[in-house]
Ligand binder design. Structure first.
Ligand code: GLU
Length: 545
């Protein structure tokens, strides 16, 4: 068969020799061990924790080795494309501080551009044409119905499904049959002519999973669809070769098609990259583990963390904790060190599913937020409030000096130990809400109304905003004693039956009156920051309520 002629008929047009592409996309000029990694999302509009997980690993490995991280958009499947999805990917990853060196909408060194696969159609076609000329790719005219019938037949015979061996009908079409089909205008795809044997198994070294046993590919997979657009398999091989990727880290769902990719790299004469197949993120569901699911788990989506107001640094710390087993200890030892100084290694990545636990993330968030300065906390809260917060919350930022005082107190800045009350921006703003606007009754009094009123009235009579903390507290004690409560804790403990309660019960009444909450930072400080007028008004409003 004249394969040259067939190739031009199947893939018409003028194409430069393949060396032109090899020269246009030369090997990168990088230090010997530098890794070139990439993120290759499809623009489906859904960016999830798994993407971030892989992005952090790719970023660390590239930059730690003096290499490059680039962003390629795999937009060959138009059915899955969603408007604004590329911007959404970039903005989500930017939020978590993933810095790409080059890529779609990023720019950078243009040598390996374009980064949208649809813009590289000519390149794939040129390589597919070369495979046809070599006899390693052929046209397939099978219709959807024929393929479905084939699948049915295979399933009925308990054979492996797919287009291979004796089932690959178009593999052995004669020249006449091919040209007759072409002349009749039948649509066709281009398939790889696989030389593999599915009874052969071989060992493959995966950078994450270690040695894995895989089966040789014998499927004549589609490489170009009928619209001339490549499949993932083919685009992956061509792009990662020409973009000079050295390490492909991707989800473990791709491990099953690895043999196809290895065969494609080989038949195209490309050097294989290293691969690391990353385990899926799991969660506990009752007593059993399962994969995080888009339908059931809102926390799978990256937008969840922004809407809830998680600090990106905290999320990153948690991701690193899951990614490398010794990160947690390192970070505990050196909490001040930039995360980039941690010696990240692909070897330390988990071979089986990492367990994602929101409670653990919340713990980490508390610790990370407690290490911020009041100014940093304010900036973080402001960014969240103006993107996701309510109108009243945005009003908190009208008086930043006041807000800074509130934050310093609530974070325990200047005290013996930092408080760890804040988990997310959303929760923090709701927590400090009592400093602003109307009083909200969050917690109930534990005394009866008459006692409550008596405590509040007695306190108001002695309250003087210029009292220091000690004088203030001695007055609270006096109020306690005058109403039958023990002024000293030890007296109460020695003989609880002799008192209505202790000074701490009295303080709690005041606390709930001023803040609406039973648990807050130091009440004297709160009243100092609020100012006399507001504190008095709140206490007054609770009398007889
Ligand atoms: N477009 C593929 C995906 O979104 C990329 C897999 C890869 O990284 O090669 O799953």
């Amino acid at each position: 068969m004249d394969l040259e002629k067939l190739a031009s008929r199947l893939i018409p047009g003028e194409f430069p020799p393949l060396e032109t592409y090899e020269k246009r996309y030369p090997p990168r000029d990088l230090p010997a061990n530098a890794e070139v990694t990439r993120l290759a999302p499809s623009p489906t509009g859904f960016i999830h924790l798994g993407n971030l997980f892989v992005a952090i690993a790719n970023e660390r490995i590239a930059h730690q080795s003096g290499g490059v991280l680039f962003l390629r958009i795999e937009d060959t499947d138009l059915k899955r494309k969603v408007d604004g999805a590329v911007e959404a990917v970039i903005s989500a990853l930017e939020y978590f501080d993933i810095s790409f060196d080059e890529g779609a909408e990023i720019g950078g060194d243009e040598t390996y551009a374009p980064w949208y696969q649809r813009q590289r159609a000519e390149i794939y076609r040129a390589y597919a044409r070369a495979l046809i000329k070599k006899g390693r790719a052929y046209p397939c005219f099978c219709t959807e119905e024929e393929l479905a019938a084939l699948r049915e037949e295979q399933t009925a015979n308990k054979a492996i499904t797919g287009y291979y061996g004796k089932y690959a009908k178009c593999r052995s079409l004669s020249e006449e049959e091919i040209y007759a089909a072409l002349d009749a205008g039948k649509p066709y795809v281009i398939r790889l002519r696989s030389m593999g044997d599915a009874s052969h198994k071989f060992t493959f070294h995966d950078e994450i999973k270690g040695d894995v046993t895989v089966t040789e590919n014998d499927q004549d997979v589609v490489i170009l669809k009928s619209d001339g657009i490549p499949t993932y398999h083919f685009a992956h091989a061509v792009d990662d070769h020409l973009m000079r990727t050295t390490l492909v880290i991707r989800g473990e769902e791709w491990l099953a098609s690895l043999p196809i990719h290895l065969e494609l790299f080989d038949v195209l004469g490309f050097r294989r990259p290293k691969y690391g197949h990353n385990c899926s993120l799991m969660k506990m569901d009752g007593a059993s583990k399962r994969k995080l699911s888009k339908r059931k788990d809102p926390e799978l989506s990256l937008s969840y963390y922004r809407q809830e107001g998680y600090h990106p640094h905290a999320v990153k710390v948690y991701m690193l904790t899951l990614l490398n087993s010794d990160f947690e200890e390192w970070h505990r030892k050196f909490p001040e060190k930039p995360l980039e100084e941690f010696p990240f290694h692909i070897r330390k990545m988990s071979k089986s599913g990492a367990l994602f636990d929101l409670d653990k993330l919340n713990d980490i968030s508390k610790t990370e937020l407690s290490a911020l300065t009041a100014e940093e906390m304010l900036a973080f809260l402001r960014a969240w409030a103006f993107a996701y917060g309510s109108e009243p919350q945005r009003a908190y930022f009208a008086d930043e000096a006041y807000l800074l005082k509130v934050l310093s107190l609530c974070m325990g800045i200047g005290g013996k130990k930092r408080r760890k009350d804040f988990v997310t921006a959303k929760q923090a703003l709701s927590m400090i809400g009592y400093f602003f606007g109307e009083r909200v009754q969050e917690d109930a009094y534990r005394v009866d109304n008459a006692t409550r009123d008596a405590v509040l009235q007695a306190f108001l009579q002695t309250y003087d905003a210029s009292d220091d903390a000690q004088v203030w507290f001695s007055k609270v004690k006096e109020v306690a004693a005058s109403l039958g409560f023990a002024a000293e804790m030890r007296d109460y403990k020695a003989d609880p039956a002799a008192y209505k309660g202790s000074v701490s019960d009295v303080a709690e009444v005041l606390r709930i009156a001023v803040t609406g909450r039973a648990n807050t930072p130091d009440l004297w400080s709160i009243m100092q920051i609020m100012g006399e007028e507001k504190a008095r008004a709140r206490i007054q409003s609770c009398i007889g309520a």
